[in-house]
Design a protein around this ligand. Sequence first.
Ligand code: 2M8
Length: 444
Amino acid sequence: MQDQLYQLQEQARNILSGNWTGKFTMPAANLYPHQWSWDSAFIAMGYAHYHQERAQQELRSLFAAQWRNGMVPHIVFNPESDRPYFPGPDIWQIHRSPGAPAGVVSSGIAQPPVHASAVLHIYRHARDREQAYAFLQEMFPRLLAWHTYLYNERDPFDEGLVYIRHPWESGQDNSPIWDAALANIHPDIRQLPPIRRVDLNAVSASERPADHDYQRYIYLVQLFATHRYQEEEIFQASPFLIQDVLFNTLLCQANFDLAEIAQILGHSPEPFRKWGVKTRDAINQKLWNEKDKFYYDYDLRAQSQIPAKVCAGFSPLLAKIPNRQQATQLYHHLANTCFCRLDESCYAVPSYDKCSPDYSPTRYWRGPVWINMNWLICQGLMNYGYQQYARRVFRTIVELPRLQGFYEYYDSDTGKGYGAKDFSWTAALLLDALNRKSLQKWIN
Ligand code: 2M8
């Protein structure tokens, strides 16, 4: 077994090396040939166990594209890449914004703020302590600007909850959470740029978002460019404004991690703790549904919660957001046939409620198991002492890549891998899981 695990880790490291460009790591060479924001944070957490320099470089490259208002863009385009990706810089047109960064080309939206957590993780695992401390010093003002942007520009009612203005900002692109909001958008197809689904050259259409989703994704991008990426204008104009459970949970945790970074550097941790607590309380107040005993996103346009049971609803366990009773109630949803009972042979955790009529075992964020979500949920379950289930989720992080290869996502019933092959965060988070002291007891 030890031999097998050694080989598996070797494979994971080889995947990361294969996707490494010299400055950052592509999520997958054939489908995602540029740099993605939250991917890089997850990838850096894998590197942290064996290549400190590269872990640091990964985030350094990303933050080199930070906008003047503090936003960390969700894609940083690689000018040297000749691989196709849509939408490219010509669609984003970030030069229309006065806040766009100089000398780099990026998208004009964000992704979940996992970066402070990744920076602290790198520091904790660093062999070269001096270099690690210098890295904290370098990243602290950038992280501060990033979180400040989110609270200043994305929380107009000062609730402690930030909104996303595009499904891609959540990282869960075609999640059923967005269906109703997107259905209210009726783009005039003739006004849209041609939609080049180059993703379908790499992956079957049945595993990717539908064309009507893409039309709406591009409609929103066009709207942002028309408003020169001015947040106040977008807030007035955008039909899509959602307070997302996963995004806010990761922000909450990132604030607590930023507080720790501040303390290490001799700054006051208080402002960051306050942000964390404010967001934690707001998630419980506004995103918890007392009837269904589940966390749901909130649609600011429709002014209502979005009752889609997705696995991101379990993510607040990660940041210790639920109280004991809420955690028990969440666990009842998880250890249930509609997700995956402990005695069932399925692979936990499907990304969407299997009892929903529109559950799909293979279509992207509408059902398959994702290793990053499992990684978050596994730690969340451990926070509340759900050891048996946490162990099961941990084993899935290891078993699925071992049996099937390092895919982007997996069918919860068969375990078959789908989407991109040699997917970086699947490799990086497997490396992290296998090298975490708290999880090593489950390796046998
Ligand atoms: C997926 O999203 C991109 C758009 O950002 C795409 O489909 O082209 C998502 O799974 C997202 O969470 C991820 O960061 C990205 C790269 O892995 O791919």
